[in-house]
Design a protein around this ligand. Structure first.
Ligand code: HEM
Length: 401
């Protein structure tokens, strides 16, 4: 099964545009020459966690101050907001150190990413929600961690919180004083640190755990590739034209995001070809179905379906199959809908080129695709702009039961 899964995954990697054949998990050989640190060392990122943030989270759990912190965080939203009062001093000290851009951040490239995302965010939302969101359910470590953590029992809220991160990163003001991304990323980093402590106490999670602690630097990079590297490939496949500067801006926004999530510079890819090589080694050999992932996918897809927007079970399933491949669609037991399948395969790339002004051909299903794009965007935008948006908070327990 392991070999079969791996072989299938590699051929899918090739179909999704990821080039070379990967090594088996464990034989880590990606050199930090391809990283923004530019050193030349081979360190396995799956053996590296986030000690400073993990210490802070362990203390917050131990002294019972998480409810007070979550309350204090309510007023900490904009990049320019001062750190809130009402938090333990050691948390304030930690956040004072990390709640800032790294010295190597390039403000001009970050501004270019805001412009790029403003143009492309509707396609990115489709790729990231129906594509990467469901792809995450065939990444066993992520699927199990999400399922057995508190958020796994309420996936609607959990998905809404994750959308907050995506929305804030792709916002036209992401990095500006009125933007939110710096704050959302710092909150997310501490959520991950809290989960690292909590999941070790979950009997059900530990039954299948294969690491001393979950969510290593390597695991975070796997997720990055399943979102950002896959999106780059999708945009290319759909014929969206990106200049070299725009591609660099997209990568740079993610490089800074990875840093803010606690990933060391020696693992953060310096260029898209470096990222592709890393994804070949760390993402595709690791995908596999799990009972937890199958359950999460079903729950998530149930939220997206909305017949009034043309988002029927058949259409959504085929859109997911189109985005992540039939192999993974079969693992997740997604239903088939031959009419939607034919339409999506033939008309979606034409639709994107038409909307990008690259082709005068009006695609079949123009209205339907407009509805789909609008519907998916609303999932993000409602969350991002509604006064009742779901704030990212620290968990205090695992999934009950
Ligand atoms: C929580 C984003 C990687 C497991 C979150 C949250 C966000 C997020 C925004 C907060 C929302 C919430 O509390 O539910 C990301 C991003 C990643 C990443 C952007 C990488 C680029 C990972 C990985 C794992 C993971 C690799 C596991 C292997 C979790 C879990 C929670 C969480 C278990 C807490 C769920 C809960 O109980 O509420 N993540 N994540 N994440 N993430 Fe991640």
């Amino acid at each position: 099964m392991e070999n079969l899964t791996r072989r299938r995954a590699l051929s899918i990697g090739a179909v999704l545009g990821l080039t070379s054949v990967a090594s088996a998990p464990g034989a880590w050989s990606w050199s930090s020459k391809g990283s923004i640190a530019g050193t030349d060392a081979v360190t396995d990122p799956f053996t590296v966690w986030d000690p400073d943030a993990d210490d802070v989270a362990a203390r917050l759990l131990a002294d019972g101050s998480i409810p007070a912190v979550n309350k204090a965080w309510g007023s900490w939203v904009d990049n320019s907001d001062p750190l809130p009062s009402g938090m333990p001093g050691y948390l304030t000290d930690y956040l004072t150190q990390v709640n800032r851009l790294p010295s190597w951040a390039d403000p001009a490239l970050l501004a270019a990413s805001e412009k790029l995302y403003k143009r492309l965010n509707s396609y990115l939302f489709v790729s990231e929600s129906l594509g990467s969101g469901i792809l995450s359910t065939v990444i066993p470590r992520e699927a199990r961690a999400v399922y057995w953590s508190a958020g796994g029992a309420d996936m609607k809220e959990r998905a809404a919180k994750t959308f907050t991160f995506g929305y804030d990163l792709h916002s036209p003001t992401a990095w500006q004083p009125s933007g939110h991304f710096l704050v959302s990323a710092n909150k997310t980093r501490l959520v991950h640190s809290t989960v690292r402590s909590l999941l070790l106490t979950s009997k059900r999670f530990m039954e299948t755990a294969d690491q001393p602690k979950p969510i290593s630097n390597g695991d975070i990079l796997v997720t990055f590739h399943s979102v950002a590297t896959v999106a780059q490939n999708n945009l290319k496949k759909w014929g969206v034209k990106l200049t070299a500067r725009e591609q660099a801006a997209d990568l740079h926004a993610w490089q800074v995001a990875l840093h803010l999530l606690g990933v060391q510079r020696q693992f953060i890819p310096a260029t898209w070809p470096d990222a592709q090589a890393q994804a070949d080694q760390m993402l595709w050999p690791r995908v596999a179905p799990t009972p937890e992932g199958i359950s999460l996918a079903k729950t998530l897809l149930g939220y997206v379906e909305d017949p009034t927007l043309g988002l029927t079970t058949g259409f959504v399933s085929e859109m997911v199959r189109y985005l992540i491949s039939d192999t993974y669609g079969d693992w997740l037991d997604l239903p088939h809908d031959r009419i939607s399948r034919t339409l999506i395969k033939a008309a979606w790339p034409t639709y994107v080129r038409f909307r990008e002004g690259l082709s005068p051909i009006v695609p079949d299903g123009l209205y339907l695709f407009d509805q789909v794009v609008r519907g998916i965007a609303m999932l993000f935008l409602n969350n991002g702009t509604s006064p009742t948006q779901t704030p990212i908070t620290l968990p205090t327990a695992n999934r009950p039961g």
